[in-house]
Design a protein around this ligand. Structure first.
Ligand SMILES: Cc1ncc(COP(=O)(O)O)c(C=O)c1O
Length: 371
């Protein structure tokens, strides 16, 4: 069996011990004589799987008791509609949006179907390039927004940022709160959940397979849904039914639970942050110290999870990718919107994988400097 080093942006690498456990348990899950995919979600065996996954996630992220954890479907893009349907209404029909890249743009556009979605800050350089987050003091907050939407890690542009406690306090003073799409960096380091009203994302980067959407929502926000909101997407219904208002994505939740346990067994998010910082530093240092590679993001905002980089000689792009694959390094092609390369170095991508990538990049540069 040959496994590659997988730098895919998502669906992405999963921890090998998790895959091995799934393989071992596939045909006979805990003595039931069936796989976890084949059993009722309402039975005691699966209920235990779900509760355990939820409780482990709460411990990992230190999620306060006044927040619900929901496992849903529809992905982060689905949630871009589900969020406004659950939160806009009454006197607050406006959502404020900070534009930091492609994903926050999508969120803002979708919210516009359900109310007024205002852009209150925009980091677009005029040519669709995003290299920083707008300074919060420049945000033009609305007086009556229901919420302020941000994306704290832009997977395509490779920018990352966390709001401060002061910013949260300022927004809450206006009667609003932060909602963040954290699809691509949740669980990469410890997080102060209390700074947000809602955190959501797709599982397929740092959590598990695609098909599971996580939503962490403050309890006082569960009862604002508009009548238009489908019952299965109404957070109150999902919360009251322990994420089983309809049949949940059972295999994905089981896998997510194993990933949470793997994280906990490996020192939790503090340890993960150390490893992630070291991986990112090695890769950015390699790029910065080279004449061939370039990353345009302002250093403070460089993502620890998604590292886009460009070859100064773009005619070498395909040769770089072909050579990488031959060396067992997969998933490095940049998103079509920005081109170049992108290495996604999620939790399950080891330091060893990043070292192999760096060694390949350096050898490739030496080879092409000579030719
Ligand atoms: C930050 C971010 N938001 C949203 C999405 C879309 O998520 P989904 O495909 O799960 O709807 C992605 C990636 O795929 C993403 O990286």
């Amino acid at each position: 069996m040959t496994r590659v080093y997988n730098f895919s942006a998502g669906p992405a690498a999963l921890p090998l011990p998790v895959l091995q456990k799934m393989q071992a348990e596939l045909l006979d899950f805990k003595g039931t004589g069936m796989s976890v995919m084949e059993m009722s979600h309402r039975g005691t065996v699966f209920t235990e799987v779900l509760v355990r996954a939820r409780d482990t996630l709460r411990r990992l992220l230190n999620i306060p008791s006044n927040y619900h954890i929901l496992f849903m479907q529809g992905g982060a893009i689905g949630e871009n509609a589900i969020v406004p349907m659950n939160l806009l209404g009454g006197e607050r029909t406006v959502s404020d949006h900070v534009i930091s890249g492609a994903w926050s743009i999508k969120t803002q556009k979708e919210a516009g179907k359900y109310g007024e979605s205002r852009i209150i800050a925009n980091a677009d350089d005029g040519q669709g390039r995003f290299t920083y987050y707008p300074e919060p003091s420049s945000w033009q907050l609305s007086d009556n927004s229901a919420y302020v939407a941000i994306c704290t890690n832009e997977t395509i542009h490779g920018v990352e940022w966390y709001p401060s406690a002061e910013l949260t306090a300022r927004i809450e003073a206006s009667g609003s709160f932060l909602v963040s799409d954290m699809s691509s960096h949740i669980l990469s380091r410890p997080l102060d959940v209390s700074r947000y009203g809602v955190i959501y994302g797709g599982a397929q980067k740092n959590i598990g397979p695609s098909g599971v959407t996580f939503v962490i929502v403050r309890d006082d926000l569960l009862d604002r849904a508009q009548a238009i909101c489908p019952s299965a997407f109404t957070w109150r219904n999902v919360a009251d039914n322990d994420s089983m208002f309809n049949t949940p994505p059972t295999l994905g939740i089981y896998c997510a639970g194993l990933v949470f346990e793997w994280l906990e067994a490996n020192g939790g998010l503090t340890e993960m942050a150390k490893i992630n910082d070291a991986k990112a530093k090695l890769l950015y240092d390699t790029i910065d110290n080279s004449r061939l590679y370039r990353n345009d993001v302002q250093p403070t905002y460089r993502s620890c999870m998604n590292v886009p980089f460009f070859l100064n000689d773009e005619s070498l792009n395909q040769t770089f990718l072909d050579g990488a694959l031959a060396a067992g390094l997969a998933g490095l092609k940049g998103h079509k919107m920005v081109g170049g390369m992108r290495a996604s170095i999620y939790n399950a991508v080891s330091m060893e994988a990043v070292q192999a990538l760096v060694a390949y990049m350096q050898a490739f540069e030496r080879q092409h400097a000579q030719s």
